[in-house]
Design a binder for this molecule. Structure first.
Ligand code: ADP
Length: 498
């Protein structure tokens, strides 16, 4: 349980990507949205990221030296803003960019031979930026392996620093699969001595792991849903880190990501065919008919299931393809949008050829079509093998499209299974990772679809679920309170030791 909090925080939030400046995945959305919601709650949040090639229009604040790999490098500090609005309240979140042409003026974000040095530099430079600015954070909040060294440095080289030394450290795992593991020479790059090269420090199977540095040196750790926080403590889902995470289980929390409710709002979304809200579901049906037309399916009042996903095994495509034989026996149309593994792309194309009046497939990345699928479908399929948080089901709920999901990670935490006796629930949830489980759950959903009043009630229940950032940001404040308590930096703890 996260504690109550009675103060606001000065947060230095480090992320290797932040929307809209640099994005390769969901981390950028979190790092772009969470600070805005925190600022709306009265916190003073400053975001730090590298300045990659192509990021323009920044103000230059100055430069300072950064020690890395035994050398003195230079960071140029530049600044921009992200702005948050809520009715007539506006908050501005400063975004600081660590610029160094050698390290970051490249086409991509990661995957370079010197990544260990690039992100050692970034992590140290972010702490130096706070010193340069005279910003005394109460919380240093790192995200994923690229910022792991900052948590380590906070508790070692900077432990007595007058600006950052009293900060509590928070580390968020967005994707445990990418760990930033490097050979032992990374110790020298970080400027950390051998005493930290042990399993409760940074050592991971003979290597130096930046992810592990984040996990072991932060005061508290979280990941992006409660269930995923439990799952990663098991050998099956821990990517080799389950032992470390079990050792930290008392300080390990789960907080689901929010959804940007302003950008994703069926009442105002310009990408969909017809705007609607929970009181005007007839307009949602217009979206369905237009989607059927656009995808070349018969325009009819047949239940329509949508899927928008990276086409990789994680997303449960084997289950979907596993029920393909049974599709003709269901009164159901299927629309899939995605791109990814060629063999899944090919299998879906074949399915469309076999069942042309029932299945329509679009291969590619298309954010407009994606929204039209969220708006125009009755059901949204996410039969994932694992899912740290998942955004698709949150979008589906917001657009009144009933999610059909497997009970894993964030899917389990955000979708409530329909209870026929009580009429409660926001979706259909199954446990077993088998085609049969998916099939029987689809049948359950299709039965309810025929009882239109009950169905519409469920759609309204789905649309009433709150997965806005505001709710998650309040939980992050609880996490920050836990970190302060752990670091012995709460008001009470300070008074006791004074
Ligand atoms: P993951 O981050 O594992 O890919 P999520 O469900 O958390 O899965 O987020 C996926 C996001 O990317 C959703 O917003 C989804 O709509 C979007 N998306 C995935 N594939 C496509 C695509 N082919 N075209 C447009 N948007 C897509």
């Amino acid at each position: 349980m996260l504690p109550e909090f009675d103060e606001t925080y000065r947060v230095l939030l480090l992320s290797s990507e932040v929307a809209p400046f640099a994005k390769t995945g969901g981390l950028a959305d979190v790092a772009g949205s969470l600070p805005k919601a925190l600022a709306m709650l009265g916190n003073d949040v400053r975001v730090v990221l590298p300045r990659y090639r192509g990021i323009q229009g920044l103000r230059t604040l100055g430069d300072f030296p950064v020690w890395v790999n035994g050398r003195r490098e230079t960071a140029i500090l530049r600044q921009s803003f992200i702005r948050a609005h809520l009715s007539n309240v506006e908050r501005t979140v400063p975004v600081y960019f660590i610029d160094n042409y050698h390290y970051f003026d490249r086409d991509g974000l990661y995957g370079y031979a010197d990544d260990a040095e690039r992100f050692a530099f970034f992590s140290r430079a972010a702490l130096e930026a706070a010193r340069f600015l005279g910003f005394t954070p109460s919380i240093v909040h790192g995200n994923d392996w690229q910022t792991g060294p900052a948590l380590l440095l906070l508790k070692t080289a900077y432990a007595k620093d007058p600006v950052v030394g009293r900060s509590a450290g928070v580390f968020t795992i967005h994707n445990l699969q990418y760990q930033g593991n490097f050979d032992r020479s990374a110790l020298g790059i970080l400027g950390v001595d051998e005493t930290h090269f042990h399993p409760d420090g940074v050592e991971f199977y003979g290597q130096v792991s930046y992810m592990k540095a984040g996990i072991n040196y932060a005061d508290v750790v979280n990941t992006v849903s409660n269930t995923y926080a439990q799952e990663i403590q098991t050998p099956a889902c821990g990517h080799g880190m389950d032992g470390v995470l079990r050792r930290r289980s008392r300080d390990l929390f789960g907080i689901v990501n929010g959804l940007n409710y302003h950008e994703f709002n069926p009442a105002t979304d310009p990408r969909i065919y017809r705007q609607y809200d929970a009181d005007h579901l007839d307009a949602k049906a217009v979206n369905k008919h237009e989607l059927q037309k656009e995808m070349g399916l018969p325009v009819a009042d047949v239940p329509l299931a949508g899927m928008v996903a990276r086409l990789v095994s994680q997303k449960g495509l084997d289950l979907l393809l596993g029920v393909a034989d049974q599709l003709p026996s269901l009164r159901l149309q299927l629309v899939v949008l995605g791109t990814g593994d060629p063999h899944y792309e090919e299998a879906l194309r074949r399915l469309q050829q076999q069942l042309p009046g029932q299945v329509a497939v679009a291969i590619g990345f298309n954010t407009v079509l994606a929204q039209r699928i969220y708006a125009g479908s009755d059901l949204f399929l996410m039969p994932s093998q694992f899912e740290p948080c998942g955004l698709g089901q949150l979008l589906a709920l917001r657009y009144g499209t009933i999610p059909v999901v497997r009970a894993t990670g964030g899917l389990k935490d955000t979708v409530a299974d329909y209870d026929a006796a009580l009429g409660t629930g926001t979706g259909f949830v199954f446990q077993e990772y088998t085609p049969n489980a998916l099939l029987s759950t689809l049948r359950r959903a299709l039965e309810l679809y025929e009882r239109r009043d009950a169905w519409n009630r469920m759609v309204r229940q789905a649309m009433a679920a709150d997965f806005s950032w505001n709710r998650s940001a309040v939980e992050y404040m609880g996490l920050y309170a836990a970190a302060r308590a752990k670091a012995g930096q709460t008001g009470a703890a300070r008074a006791a030791t004074a």
